[in-house]
Ligand binder design. Structure first.
Ligand code: IPM
Ligand code: MG
Length: 364
């Protein structure tokens, strides 16, 4: 198996370093190659997704991705901004199915801004369509504009669009995922206003006929945003389009109080995947050694489970992370009174120690 390692920008390099150490601790046989992506690639090669990086990702069985972006690139023409790297990878690799679990760890129940009883034991899965919708719809642009920031433009537009096959395949992914969980899918749309999402709702309903054992519920996106903070545990699998999924997955992640804990997987039709933490590049804390590497470490577990067919190794990572939390180790983002604050490297050390069976030493 070959893994492309793309750390990216900001805290990306620090957290991916720890995730790779954890992967190595499992002593599996794998090949890997590391490449620049995002702002780091732009600085070195003049493009956030150089051909060589894209080719490496295409040739690999799985991609481990850190994060991209920094405010300093906001003034660049859109095609050169770091975010284009992840959008380009999703599109070119056909990574249409994005799994974003929101899991509330027992020890972190109090990290949520919601009442503990609302989130205790929370385990929901957002499945976001990732290669269609207004993110990739054509046409798009700004009238009267020529390049860069278009100060003189009078109007701008992006096109929201979904095709039947795009909706069908993500609906199948959602129903199949629900079968392995609590057999309930909430499809989120805005069918009361948008044609694209009336179509979405119709197609999801059609596909549902093949899954009579799974319960399907439709919900408008505004209501879904509200229900997620009102009664999050009422959801099991949530399936939605690219843009609503972007927004709702951040909301769901924060229910757990710790976006630094949440992994994600973006899969193609054959199960090849790109694995990345749900959080961003956090330029404000980059290089300080304080970022939480657990989301990236847990993304490695998803990679082992979904693409590399090593479920036992994935379980070892999940168990190690739980052991480290139980031992009271916390990075700054999840720290609370009475626990031990550790940095990125120490957190990585602790997970490695838990995997290799050594005792976890508390460091203060
Ligand atoms: C995400 C991010 C990306 C997105 C950005 C970085 C392009 O917010 O993965 O959720 O909007 O999809
Ligand atoms: Mg997002």
């Amino acid at each position: 198996m070959k893994i492309a390692i793309l750390p990216g920008d900001g805290i990306g390099t620090e957290i991916v370093r720890e995730a790779v150490r954890v992967l190595d601790a499992l002593e599996l046989r794998y090949e890997s190659e590391t490449a620049l992506v995002g702002g780091a690639a732009y600085e070195a090669h003049g493009h956030p997704l150089p051909d060589s990086t894209l080719q490496l990702a295409k040739d690999a069985d799985a991609v481990l991705f850190g994060a991209v972006g920094d405010w300093k690139y906001d003034k660049l023409e859109r095609q050169f901004r770091p975010e284009q790297a992840i959008l380009g990878l999703r599109k070119h690799l056909g990574l249409f199915a994005n799994f974003r679990p929101a899991l509330c760890y027992e020890q972190l129940t109090h990290a949520s801004s919601l009442k503990p009883e609302l989130v205790a034991g929370l385990d929901i899965l957002i499945i976001r369509e990732l290669t269609g919708d207004i993110y990739f719809g054509q046409p798009r642009g700004r009238r009267t504009a020529v390049d860069g920031h278009f100060p003189g433009a009078e109007e701008a537009f992006d096109t929201m669009r979904y095709s039947r096959p795009e909706i069908e395949r993500i609906a199948h992914v959602a129903f199949q995922a629900a079968r392995k969980r609590n057999k309930k899918v909430t499809s989120v749309d805005k069918a009361n206003v948008l044609e694209t999402f009336q179509f979405w709702k119709d197609v999801v309903t059609e596909v549902h006929a093949q899954y009579p054992d799974v319960e399907l519920q439709h919900m408008y996106v505004d209501n879904a945003a509200m229900q997620l903070v009102k009664a999050p545990k009422a959801f099991d699998v949530v399936v939605t389009g690219n843009m609503f999924g972007d927004i709702l997955s951040d909301e769901a992640a924060m229910l757990t109080g710790s976006i630094g804990m949440l992994p994600s997987a973006s899969l193609d039709k054959n199960g090849k995947g790109l694995y990345e933490p749900s959080h961003g590049s956090a330029p404000d804390i980059a290089g300080k050694g304080v970022a939480n590497p657990l989301a990236t470490i847990l993304s490695v577990a998803m990679m082992l489970r979904f693409t590399l067919n090593q479920p036992a190794a994935a379980d070892r990572i999940d168990t190690a992370v739980k052991a480290v939390l139980a031992a009271g180790l916390r990075t700054a983002d999840i720290w609370s009174e009475g626990t031990t604050k550790v940095g990125t490297r120490e957190m990585g050390d602790a997970v490695v120690a838990a995997i290799t069976g050594k005792t976890i030493t508390k460091t203060t």
